[in-house]
Design a protein around this ligand. Structure first.
Ligand SMILES: *[C@@H]1O[C@H](CO)[C@@H](O)[C@H](O)[C@H]1NC(C)=O
Ligand SMILES: *[C@@H]1O[C@H](CO)[C@@H](O)[C@H](O)[C@H]1NC(C)=O
Ligand SMILES: *[C@@H]1O[C@H](CO)[C@@H](O)[C@H](O)[C@H]1NC(C)=O
Ligand SMILES: *[C@@H]1O[C@H](CO)[C@@H](O)[C@H](O)[C@H]1NC(C)=O
Length: 299
């Protein structure tokens, strides 16, 4: 029992972006070819962790309406936390969501404005929306094309905590959990300056309809967002956390950001991870102060 508790505390520390460094791992000097290596690294988005108000309610919603499956679930009564991993398929191959409920949390769950939404592809958007509506769910945008005559049909719905999900009508895809979207303040503003917003898709695959990507959205004239405490972290798979950390350090020197956990094995669990804030000034409330981590966090 003691071990389980300890493991979980480690997980929480990471999940909530603690600045405490638990490792004594030595940092490796960045090899010259590290950026070249990044191009060959076998990367993909593994999981996004979010905090929820009632884990059973969220599980019911995601399984019933979105068709996700519970992959793992564990309660930690010692720390009053319940966790679950949920997704459309095995976490060995798919991007999944990590849910965490803090039963004795005194702070209110705040979603903030920086996290925008998750995107899910479906073959029957109209039925999905009607089922959610019939169950009293919130539809924030009715299904329809982006513009009259447009070919992509999409809708927006809220989950019971208010996390926003974009539903997109598309043929079957190997990754129905298709993207997550973060609002940013500093995306290249010269692109489409007169458009209402600018969107960039970043990911590891060559075809964004087949792999999960992160959508970065610059909303014209919005210079500040609140991060809240709901959306926590995205995990990215890598072949080598030390080389990945070296590459991140190079990026940070150029663009800003912060390593919040140097690369190294987690105590007891042994999984090697590194965690960082991707930022151009994380002191200010800025959506790129989201944290990312290379390596797999075990639940
Ligand atoms: C939540 O679901 C779990 C597993 O199905 C169950 O053991 C637990 O009692 C449920 N909690 C509540 C508050 O209903
Ligand atoms: C768990 O919750 C119970 C009841 O609210 C409380 O008495 C206890 O102190 C909490 N334990 C922790 C570790 O937060
Ligand atoms: C991406 O994949 C979709 C679905 O398999 C396919 O229809 C589309 O042509 C692909 N696009 C590119 C640019 O390869
Ligand atoms: C942005 O702000 C400027 C100055 O307040 C205003 O003139 C302009 O209409 C705004 N643009 C948009 C797209 O809201």
């Amino acid at each position: 029992m003691k071990m389980v508790k300890y493991q979980h505390l480690v997980y929480c520390v990471l999940l909530f972006i603690s600045l405490i460094d638990l490792s004594t791992a030595a940092r490796s000097n960045p090899p010259d070819d590290v950026l070249e290596w990044v191009q060959k690294d076998d990367r993909r988005f593994l999981r996004a962790n979010i905090r929820v108000g009632d884990i059973n309610r969220t599980i019911k919603f995601y399984t019933e309406f979105f068709g996700m499956k519970v992959l793992r679930r564990k309660d930690f009564p010692e720390v009053n936390i319940s966790n679950a991993v949920i997704g459309f398929g095995s976490e060995e191959t798919q991007f999944v969501l990590g849910l965490s409920q803090h039963h004795s949390a005194v702070d209110k769950l705040e979603l903030g404005t920086a996290f925008s939404h998750f995107g899910i592809t479906t073959q029957d958007i109209y039925t999905m929306v009607e089922k959610i509506r019939a169950a009293g769910g919130v539809i924030t945008r009715e299904p329809g094309p982006v513009a009259p005559g447009g070919t992509t049909i999409y809708a927006f719905v809220n989950d019971p905590d208010g996390y926003s999900f974009e539903l997109i009508l598309r043929p079957p895809s190997p990754e129905p959990l298709n993207h997550m979207c973060l609002n940013v303040v500093d995306i290249d503003r010269s692109i489409d300056f007169y458009e209402k917003y600018t969107v960039a898709m970043v990911g590891y695959g060559s075809n964004y309809t087949q792999t999960t990507v992160i959508e970065l959205k610059y909303n014209f004239n919005v210079t500040e967002y609140t991060k809240g405490n709901g959306y926590a972290q995205v995990a990215i798979g890598t072949d080598d956390v030390y080389k990945s950390a070296a590459a991140v350090e190079q990026a940070i020197q150029e663009l800003g950001g912060k390593i919040i956990r140097p690369p190294g094995p987690l105590p007891i669990i042994g999984t090697k991870i590194t965690a960082f804030l991707d930022s151009d000034g994380f002191e200010t409330v800025n959506p790129l102060s989201f944290s990312f981590c290379f390596g797999f966090l075990s639940l």
